[in-house]
Design a protein around this ligand. Structure first.
Ligand SMILES: *Cc1c(COP(=O)(O)O)cnc(C)c1O
Length: 425
């Protein structure tokens, strides 16, 4: 029995389903990680994997990036939690504001879910209205008002609304189809009580789904015309598609932005940020309550400062390299699947991609759900066996990092070739 198998057996006795986040589980059992470096993770059996899960996108700079470790090590000597303000929180906020076109003020929190929860409360506090519109398949964390028709693990497990969530809450969440601004307009015209619209500007929790031409600008126009705050959930796209996220990449300014994942480059930190007039509503100055003991903790803040500084320093090479590597991988995989006559779609942008086994374009929740996820699982198993770790679900994304090398890429293409052969049969 492998060590991971044995550990999973032990884990199940003390941890529900043996995992601390549902997306980490896959049949028959996940590998247990021992260490990581650069583009690699090693498991407890000392097997080495090229990592394309990359902390679900958090590790844009790779594992144990030197600049991050140096900054954090320095901070560890100064203290790990003060619960009184620090100079470094100002420095980090200025860096975020400098990068993101729409952001004037920043409140630091710990997780992406906490950030979207606060963003929604802010939108409600600002408009004094009740309803939130989200898009089908978008994932915004694991709290009640966004766990409706959500992507990621909840789509994987077929959970549309979670047990234990209240109908009283979910009935205030209206759902619009992604890439369909006419439906959004219709919903808004029928509801006078809309407090905010929240969206992933690139949908990275239903596999990868790209916003079609004009979709985001239409969403911006419709929300603006109706005086409804627009929340860009940039937990994945922030820093990943450009130093200023999807809003810089597409040139569209939301009213509120949420950041997490790459912000901390492997440390626990997130942010809710936006226009002054909205952000100033947060307590204690305003009446929208939000609080957290670990918010702005100096260790995570030091990681985030180093992360943004590094990204800004290397941005001229970083994004073009990632795009080049991504294009190399996706076109090689596309060719392989085409040569084998496997019906497939590959959606890709910047440093992310996903393959779907279907002959129809994947543009929304339904077309993603209609792809053959059993084939995906078969492919995943063979990739893993061959030392390639991608997120275990069809409804996640393959993430590249700056640490990936050309050797990693050719090994990855070889593994996909083997894996696609199994899918074919
Ligand atoms: C991961 C994710 C979240 C939730 O972040 P957590 O830190 O896991 O709470 C929110 N929104 C998007 C778009 C995400 O991908």
């Amino acid at each position: 029995m492998s060590k991971s198998h044995k550990l999973f057996h032990d884990a199940k006795k003390v941890i529900p389903s043996g995992v601390n986040s549902p997306v980490r589980f896959f049949e028959p059992y996940p590998f247990f990680a021992k260490k990581s470096d650069g583009s690699h993770i090693w498991d407890e059996d000392n097997k080495k994997y090229i990592d394309f899960c990359n902390g679900y996108g958090a590790l844009l700079l790779g594992h144990r990036r030197k600049e991050i470790l140096t900054s954090v090590s320095k901070q560890l000597k100064q203290g790990t939690l003060f619960c009184t303000p620090t100079n470094s929180e100002i420095e980090l906020s200025k860096l975020i504001i400098g990068n993101f076109p729409s952001i004037e003020k920043v409140r630091l929190v710990n997780t992406g879910g906490e950030a979207t929860m606060t963003a929604i409360r802010l939108a409600r506090g600002f408009t004094k209205k009740k309803k939130i519109i989200k898009f089908e398949g978008c994932y915004h964390g694991a709290h009640d008002s966004v766990l409706v028709k959500a992507g990621s693990g909840s789509a994987h497990n077929g959970i549309s609304v979670s047990d234990g969530g209240l109908d009283e809450v979910s009935k205030n969440t209206l759902v619009a189809p992604y890439n369909n601004s006419e439906e959004l307009e219709k919903i808004i015209s029928k509801n006078k009580d809309v407090a905010g619209v929240i969206i992933e500007p690139i949908l990275a929790n239903m596999g990868l789904i790209l916003p079609q031409k004009n979709f985001l600008s239409d969403v911006r126009k419709i929300t603006k015309d109706n005086n409804i705050p627009l929340i860009f959930d940039e937990v994945v796209t922030g820093f990943r598609v450009s130093p200023g996220g999807a809003q810089q990449y597409f040139g569209i300014k939301p009213d509120i932005t949420t950041l997490a994942k790459t912000l901390g480059s492997g440390f626990v930190i997130a942010a809710v940020a936006g226009k002054k007039e909205i952000m100033n509503l947060l307590s204690p100055g305003g009446k929208v309550y939000q609080a957290s003991t670990y918010a702005g903790n100096p260790v995570s803040v030091s990681a985030a400062i180093a992360s943004i500084k590094t990204i800004n320093k290397i941005k001229n090479q970083l994004y073009s390299k990632l795009e080049k590597y991504n294009a190399f991988l996706t076109s090689a995989i596309d060719d392989l699947a085409s040569d084998m006559k496997i019906s497939h779609q590959i959606n890709s942008t910047s440093s992310m991609f996903q393959i779907f086994f279907t002959d129809k374009p994947v543009t929304d929740y339904i077309s993603s759900k209609n792809a053959d996820s059993k084939k995906f699982k078969k492919m995943f198993d063979v990739l893993l066996k061959n030392g390639i770790f991608i997120a275990p679900s069809q409804f996640e994304v393959v993430f590249l990092s700056d640490a990936h090398t050309k050797d990693d890429l050719s090994n990855t293409v070889n593994a996909y070739e083997t894996a696609l052969k199994t899918v074919k049969n």
